[in-house]
Write a protein that binds this ligand. Structure first.
Ligand code: UFG
Length: 327
């Protein structure tokens, strides 16, 4: 069985569905602090907390787990600045407990949900995996610490592990069953679509004076369905013994879109439905680098992964179907 921690969250819920459809037995473990029970639609369900070692012991005793895909974490940059201890407790201490439980149960394979936030402000573009790790907020630092915990456990405990550093996850389940529902929502695409539906008064562009072609920040958006596909490839390679020790891959497409491009593409796509998107401009958001784009060749070469749905139109269309259904 494959244990998906945080499987009631945005990416974890898509992962559980993907694995279920690919024929893997799955157990979803989530404390529902930010996840939604309604998103955990596939596999066995266990409500539990990484900060409660007994929950983990119970989970590993109850299910014959072969590998772990570890998503469970707090993931809001602003919140992490206000509540750093929550981030270190939940993300770092939780991962420590998970690694203990894996050691006790003899489970040797883990895939970790990391982030481009471990790099901090880019010193080179596109950003390769070897870029210095200088996270600029507690969220990014907690993810970097989690990577280091896992890497040390690999050498000492004979684990095999893959960390996947996501750039900007976007879009929704192509079948429309799952999607993004953060509370509060901070991500650009869902906020643009909420403004389109009148759930918010407007989308605010945070800064138009960046050193980019149109003055707004550029990000490397990757469809959540492409993202989870890469995890399955990593899982196959780990279980087959083709990936050994500790490996790290960026998960992005290598192509960036600006905030204005995202908004204009959404406007164009929704015009046919008679929907318009109110836009306003605001100040820069603290801590936003001008450009974050992945050097994405490693995951393609080593795992044979290719993005299939990560063009902007498809990501927005799928997110739009989900957002409309949430009315
Ligand atoms: N943006 C706006 N208006 C909004 C929301 C966002 O203009 O209302 C802009 C941001 O300034 C940024 C871009 O849209 O330039 C994308 O912002 P998101 O919040 O969607 O995503 P981020 O690039 O800030 O965050 C992503 C991941 C985080 C990770 C971070 C690393 O979602 O988990 O990259 O820097 F920490």
């Amino acid at each position: 069985m494959i244990l998906v921690t945080g499987g009631a969250g945005y990416i974890g819920s898509h992962m559980a569905k993907w694995l279920h459809q690919a024929g893997y037995p799955v157990v979803v473990f989530d404390n529902l602090s930010t996840g939604k029970r309604s998103l955990a639609r596939y596999g066995e369900w266990m409500e539990g907390d990484l900060n409660n070692p007994d929950d983990l012991t119970h989970c590993f005793e109850r299910f014959p787990i072969r590998a772990v895909i570890h998503f469970a974490a707090r993931s809001l940059v602003g919140e992490s600045v206000r509540m750093p201890l929550l981030y270190y407790q939940n993300n770092v201490a939780g991962t420590l407990n998970l690694l203990h439980a894996m050691a006790d149960a003899g489970v040797k394979h883990i895939i970790f949900s990391s982030t481009a936030a471990v790099y901090g402000n880019p010193q080179q573009l596109p950003i390769p995996e070897t870029h210095p790790k200088q996270p600029i907020n507690p969220y990014g630092r907690s993810k970097w610490m989690m990577e280091q915990l896992i890497e040390d456990a690999v050498s000492a405990m004979g684990l095999h592990a893959v960390s996947l550093r996501y750039f900007n996850a976007a879009g929704a389940d192509p079948a429309g069953e799952l999607g993004e529902c953060h509370d509060p929502e901070t991500h650009l695409i869902p906020l643009v679509l909420k403004a389109a539906l009148g759930k918010r008064s407007a989308i605010t562009i945070f800064g138009q004076d960046y050193p980019t072609p149109d003055g707004t920040p550029v990000r490397d958006y990757i469809h959540v369905w492409d993202l989870v596909a890469a995890h399955e490839l990593a899982l196959q390679a780990l279980l087959a013994g083709e990936l050994q020790g500790y490996q790290v891959f960026n998960l992005g497409t290598g192509k960036g879109y600006s905030v204005k491009e995202v908004i204009h593409t959404a406007q164009r796509l929704l015009e046919s439905e008679g929907v318009s998107i109110p836009v306003q401009t605001g100040a820069r958001r603290v801590g936003d680098p001008p450009v974050l784009v992945a050097k994405a060749d490693q995951v393609q070469q080593v795992l044979g992964w290719m993005p299939r749905l990560s063009d902007l139109e498809t990501m927005i269309q799928h997110a739009w179907c989900w957002e409309k259904a949430q009315r």
